[in-house]
Ligand binder design. Structure first.
Ligand code: ZN
Length: 108
């Protein structure tokens, strides 16, 4: 999984990490805000651009906290839906193979 950039609204430090990982600042333990940038894109920005990107995101969060919450929820739901898909395939295999094994057991 690509590492994405999160920023701390408390001490303004930026951290890279797994989008589904713990989103807490290692410095001050505040909840981090996702900047929706991967590490390569972030590294290409100048110091001023990084600052303005952080401030822009902090303002958005202050104005619309609910939307950021929905964004991380969407990540979470997508991961769950992939898991359900895997479980479904496993169940279909079991349902198809089991009667066959029982049939083999009866005729042998
Ligand atoms: Zn912090």
């Amino acid at each position: 999984m690509k590492s994405t950039i999160h920023a701390c609204p408390n001490c303004h430090a930026a951290w890279s990490g797994d989008p589904l990982g713990t989103a807490r600042c290692p410095e001050c333990d505040a909840v981090l805000v996702p900047l929706h940038l991967d590490k390569e894109a972030w590294d290409r920005l100048s110091v001023e651009e990084k600052e303005s990107k952080k401030n822009e995101t902090f303002n958005q969060v202050a104005n619309r906290p609910h939307e950021v919450h929905l964004m991380s929820q969407e990540f979470y739901l997508r991961a769950i839906s992939e898991d359900i898909h895997t479980i479904k395939i496993l169940l279909i295999c079991v349902v198809l193979v089991l009667p066959f094994l029982i049939f083999l057991g009866i005729i042998s």
